[in-house]
Design a protein around this ligand. Sequence first.
Ligand code: PRP
Ligand code: HPA
Length: 176
Amino acid sequence: QIDPTQYIRQIIRNVPDWPKPGVTFRDITTVLQDPRSFRVLIDLFVYRYMGQKLDLVAGVDARGFIVGSVLAYELNLGFVPVRKKGKLPFNTVAEEYSLEYGNASVEMHTDSVRPGQRVLLIDDLIATGGTLLAAARLLQRLGANVVEAAAIIDLPELGGSQAVKDSGLSVYTVCS
Ligand code: PRP
Ligand code: HPA
């Protein structure tokens, strides 16, 4: 009987040469598809955050929506989306971040967080950390207190989780 973290780690699918040669993509669809790993994953987050003073879970487009919304529901919290540019219908604020070629941006509704609210930020994976850092800046611009930035997977060799920590945020990842 292996421990829950090892179980999840073993179910994550590594896809060689995707989206381009030389990159090994860490695919969490296999974790979501397997009922035991899906439950154990959510339960690890519930175990960490239950009883902590939180007001909201903010999940990052797209895979952060899947884990973030289930977690918010389990913790009796609301869920707010951090979306890729141009998808949200109401008034938005945006933050840019850099990709290998060019820039991208994430957006939130201006009324999705009230000043002082304690927010857990969650995504599936930290690579360079650019996405979570941009999401955290958005939340902070809206006056949120970002209690922690969480992800299922850290790719520590890319330095992203360190960069997020260096920005002053607490970081939690289930595995690397
Ligand atoms: C992936 C992943 C994270 C981000 C991590 O999403 O789901 O959101 O990249 O990379 P970073 O730490 O270097 O910012 P992607 O941007 O590929 O978008 P998708 O959710 O639309 O697939
Ligand atoms: N999986 C998911 N998202 C990612 C990855 C990955 O391996 N690398 C950068 N973003």
